[in-house]
Design a protein around this ligand. Structure first.
Ligand code: ZN
Length: 470
């Protein structure tokens, strides 16, 4: 054990001894509040060093060190994971400490010259034990973005004012004032951030470039929120994609007048938000399949979902997707299996892999091209999703012996594939030709009929019809 660790261990025993006081229930109000404040002051000293250590771990784990980075040498993917393992805190807390530590850490310039920390005022107050991690993190979070674009003199003034407000020390007048709680500091910091932001020396476009970003939030109620700020031209592109597929549906020209009359498809069940979601789902699926993205471990960047065969057979439980913290439903698992294929892995009772199947049930690009030529797009009438955005659905599921063959695969968009078991639409193959049957609510008494959106096959059909009429 190092000298510091040894000394800290002694302090810890002493603290335990000092704090082994009688039950707080026996204290007077004044004693209770005084002890609370004193304990917080001790906590602030610890906070500062927690952040400093986290910042140092992060520095030693920086990407450019490659396999020499500290996190990698200790078998962790990131500084955050290493910190979680050493301290047993949550990922969110580890990242918060690292952010604070990195922002308050003295830096070194390109030529080795010492540089101030990004937030020198916060760093000094932390080190002095007068500023806790809570308000310090708030200041760093709120001022980090404006810091990159603001006039350095004004930024320094903002940081100074906020630290003064949080510590009750100094400020413009240099007089001691009442300390603000972290929430009050946040309100003040947001006001400063707005002020610094509009004062930035960069033109609008450069500032927008610095501020652009997209991120996925924490899972909530079974969904993952997405947040961010898009550059205007990117938003325009996305808006065009959404518009092209939002109700009222755009005409593909491949739904014949007869078809359009036969099915009154005006009753789109989805909200426009839901339709935008489904467009995004198709865009992601298409992009991953394009083969033009960097591979992950030699494979296309597809989603890997694991599920227990017994759960799948019994229709209960859930699957787990790599990179997402909440489970995915069995219905989603079946859809992914249907379109993406499966690999069977059998474990023995102790968890050893005793059987490893090869990957199965994935339509080849050649099969996909053939199916595309035959179906032309999502088979459901009135749906405008083009073939390249569609998934391939096994009409007879694999578990029921359905082969991975063009005679058993049809194009469906993400939404119609996801809802095919519940929407009421029927799909069957007649000698290799897809037929659909509308749900009863849409077409009571309606029967099976051929369906295609392929311009080639529509042309065929029209030719045959005009031939028989002549
Ligand atoms: Zn569709």
């Amino acid at each position: 054990m190092t000298a510091v660790a040894e000394a800290l261990e002694q302090v810890r025993s002493m603290l335990l001894e000092v704090l082994r006081f009688d039950d707080p229930a026996g204290w007077s109000d004044d004693e209770l509040l005084a002890a609370t404040a004193s304990i917080e002051a001790v906590g602030r000293v610890i906070d500062a060093h927690r952040a400093a250590c986290a910042g140092e771990i992060d520095e030693r784990s920086r990407a450019e060190l490659g396999s020499e980075r500290l996190s990698a040498r200790r078998g962790c993917r990131s500084a955050s994971e290493l910190l979680e393992r050493v301290t047993q805190v949550s990922g969110a807390e580890a990242r918060r400490r690292i952010t604070l530590g990195a922002a308050t850490r003295a830096r070194v310039g390109f030529t080795g010259e010492p540089l101030d920390a990004e937030f020198p005022g916060v760093a000094a107050a932390l080190a002095a034990g007068v500023l806790g991690a809570d308000p310090a993190s708030t200041i760093v979070r709120e001022l980090d973005r404006p810091r990159r674009i603001a006039d350095p003199v004004k930024f320094a003034a903002a940081e100074h004012e906020l630290v003064a407000a949080a510590t009750g020390d100094g400020g413009v007048a240099g007089a001691s004032t009442v300390r603000c709680a972290a929430d009050e500091v946040r309100v003040q910091a947001q006001a400063w951030a707005a002020f610094l932001d509009q004062d930035g020396p960069e033109p609008d476009d450069d500032r927008a470039m610095l501020r652009r970003g997209v991120r996925l939030g924490r899972a909530r109620d079974g969904l993952i929120p997405i947040r961010g700020d898009l550059m205007p031209e990117v938003a325009a592109g996305l808006t065009r994609l959404f518009d092209a597929h939002l109700s009222p549906r755009s005409s593909t020209g491949f739904v014949t007048d007869e078809e359009a009359a036969h099915f009154d498809i005006s009753g789109e069940q989805r909200t426009s938000d839901q339709q935008c979601h489904d467009v995004l789902a198709a865009v992601i699926e298409t992009a991953a399949r394009s083969g033009e993205h960097p591979s992950i471990g030699g494979a296309a960047p597809t989603v890997i979902v694991s599920v227990r065969a017994s759960d799948l057979a019994a229709g209960r439980g859930a699957g787990h997707a790599d990179g997402v913290e909440i489970p995915v439903s069995l219905r989603a698992v079946r859809q992914l299996m249907c379109t993406g294929g499966t690999q069977r892995v059998v474990f023995d009772d102790r968890g050893r892999i005793i059987e490893l199947g090869s990957q199965e049930r994935c339509f080849t690009p050649q099969q996909r091209r053939a199916i595309t030529l035959r179906d032309g797009g999502c088979l459901i009438p009135g749906c405008s999703v083009p073939a390249s955005w569609c998934e391939i659905h096994h009409v007879i599921p694999d578990v029921d012996g359905g082969p991975t063959h063009p005679d058993n695969g049809v194009l469906l968009c993400w939404f119609h594939h996801r809802s095919i078991d519940t929407s009421g639409w029927g799909i069957r193959m007649q000698r290799g030709v897809p037929q659909i049957r509308p749900p009863v609510w849409l077409d009571p008494g309606g029967g099976w009929r051929d369906s295609t959106k392929s311009p080639t096959r529509v042309a065929d059909r029209l030719e045959r019809r005009s031939g028989s009429a002549a």
